[in-house]
Design a protein around this ligand. Structure first.
Ligand code: 2BA
Length: 109
């Protein structure tokens, strides 16, 4: 068995969870926050048999879109010594960041 840990954008999570459910795949949704943007994202825990990992990865690819976010880092424009330092920077986020972990044991008690 494998544990797939998928960090996805909040807007993509419902569609992905639904698609997993339609294939009989269970998931647990955790509210998480990205360390860089410090914005909410969703972490899904998906436990699957090894033979279904590719199927899950394919669904993630299908349901999670790459988006660009404009961020302004540092001082507010009015306080910046050089306005260019405060100009927005484009950052690409997602589709998904995925870890596939081995599961030593799985119990439902
Ligand atoms: P964040 O940490 O908020 O990062 C959002 C996006 O900002 C990243 O998208 C990446 O494109 C960009 N980014 C991150 N750190 C950067 C830096 N030092 N300089 C410039 N740009 C930077 P993704 O790579 O798609 O990551 C989306 C989210 O997945 C991340 O949100 C974080 O929550 C998680 N993540 C990504 N890599 C991870 C890792 N190695 N371990 C744990 N979580 C990770």
């Amino acid at each position: 068995m494998k544990l797939i840990l998928a960090i996805v954008q909040d807007t993509d999570a419902p569609g992905l969870i639904k698609a997993l459910l339609e294939r009989g795949l269970q998931s647990t949704k955790l509210a998480s926050t990205g360390g860089f943007l410090r914005e909410g994202n969703t972490t899904l825990l998906i436990g699957v048999e090894e033979g279904r990992v590719e199927e899950v990865l394919e669904l993630i690819r299908e349901k999670c879109r790459t988006r660009t976010r404009l961020i302004t880092r540092g001082l507010p424009l009015s306080e910046a010594p050089d306005p260019f330092l405060a100009s927005p920077v484009e950052v690409e986020v997602g589709g998904a960041v995925v870890f596939v972990l081995p599961v030593e044991a799985f119990y439902k008690m």
